[in-house]
Design a protein around this ligand. Structure first.
Ligand SMILES: Nc1ncnc2c1ncn2[C@@H]1O[C@H](COP(=O)(O)OP(=O)(O)OP(=O)(O)O)[C@@H](O)[C@H]1O
Length: 360
């Protein structure tokens, strides 16, 4: 296993980058701890694939270094870096049996037969493939084949890191949740550094102990799923994580208090505010409720989700605020007031959580 350090890492595909936009990865400085379960999460084009190719040495970064346990691995390929990879689409040998497929990475390295048999049995058990070990891989369904790919990624016990590139893309939606929780369990049992690349927040939050959220070639926040939900470091995180995302409202400061649309609002980090422009108040729909007093709004739309309703309201200045309301709670007919949970209401300065960077 290895601790992987990214040191001043940047990459531009163009030979002579001039502007920040020319950099697919701008400046990455962080560490994947030994044995951790990480997700690289972000919208299309944020640089996930670029980083995924740099770590195993498939792509040479334009600047900076990748260190494995403190040692610069420049010039070494995936085999020398000792990395197992699981891709979006199953990479298996159709003509071989499931057993032969799982054994392949071990046979390739000359592992003794008895050891291979034991390891294959263990991995087949973990991936629910025991019953199918002697079947031809070609006869399996898409998710069965992807389980073989997962198994092949997990079968060696000497790899430094296992990297997953959107491995559930081909899986039927109703089986996705099964494989997602399976992967989490596998991480606990295998205890290896795992990096899981996805643009799907549910996959990232289910799998990872630490989520690395990226945007435009930069890391916006690294944290536990709870950190990202409870304390987004940037409005982008608030918006990207959660469904619906965080409400963001322009706000001003008046005598040490936050004011939104003329109404005073309590916020957790109000004392950390230093800017007097570019301020926004962020509060998730989960932490907003109807109240007798507070921010005046009117109800504009109600969306049924089955378990609760997402209610959309508009402030007098036309800003939208969403809240979750249980099916049992009556909705106000028109004019209403909103209260925000103070401990979970935060102020952002030019996108960044006020006081957040000093605190982290
Ligand atoms: N081979 C390439 N040549 C030039 N530009 C590239 C190349 N590959 C990626 N890019 C650019 O680099 C940036 C990051 O792309 P990357 O594929 O790493 O993002 P991503 O987060 O993996 O997106 P996706 O989820 O769509 O694959 C994008 O602006 C993309 O257009």
């Amino acid at each position: 296993m290895a601790r992987i350090t990214l040191d001043g890492l940047g990459h531009a595909y163009a030979p002579d980058p001039q502007t920040p936009e020319d950099w697919a990865l701008k400046q990455l400085d962080f560490e994947f701890a030994d044995g951790g379960a990480y997700a690289l999460l972000g919208p299309s084009g944020c640089g996930k694939t670029t980083l995924l190719n740099i770590i195993p040495g498939l792509l040479t970064p334009s600047r900076g270094r990748v260190l494995f346990d403190g040692e610069d691995v420049a010039g070494r390929g995936p085999a020398e870096r000792n990395i197992a990879q699981v891709f979006q689409f199953p990479v298996i040998y159709d003509t071989m049996t499931v057993r032969q497929n799982l054994a392949f990475p071990l046979r390739n390295r000359g592992v003794p037969a008895a050891e291979i048999a034991a390891r294959v049995a263990e991995i087949a058990d973990m991936t629910d493939l025991t019953e199918m070990l002697d079947r031809r891989a070609s006869g399996l369904t898409a998710d069965g084949k992807q389980k073989i790919s997962l198994g092949r990624g997990l079968v060696r016990d000497d790899v430094n890191v296992i990297m997953f590139d959107e491995p559930l893309t081909v899986i039927d939606p109703h089986l996705k949740w099964l494989l997602r929780s399976k992967l989490k369990e596998l991480h606990r049992r295998i205890d290896r550094t795992m990096i899981y690349v996805t643009h799907d927040q549910v996959e990232a939050l289910t799998f990872a102990d630490q989520v690395v959220l990226m945007k435009d070639g930069e890391v916006v926040q690294i944290g536990t799923p709870v950190d990202l939900f409870e304390r987004p470091a940037h409005t982008f995180v608030g918006h990207f994580i959660g469904s619906p995302g965080m409400n963001l409202l322009p706000c001003a400061m008046d005598g040490g208090r936050a004011v939104v649309c003329g109404a005073p609002v309590e916020a957790e980090n109000v004392t950390a505010v230093t800017a007097n422009s570019g301020l926004e108040l962020g509060v998730r729909p989960e932490f907003v409720r109807f109240a007798d007093s507070g921010l005046p709004v009117r109800v504009t739309r109600v969306m049924e989700t089955g378990r609760y309703r997402v209610v959309e309201t508009a402030t007098r200045e036309g800003q939208t605020v969403k809240l979750l309301v249980s099916n049992e709670e009556p909705l106000p007919s028109e004019e209403a007031h909103l209260a925000f949970e103070p401990a979970r209401t935060r102020i952002y300065e030019n996108g960044w959580l006020a006081g957040g960077r000093a605190a982290s």
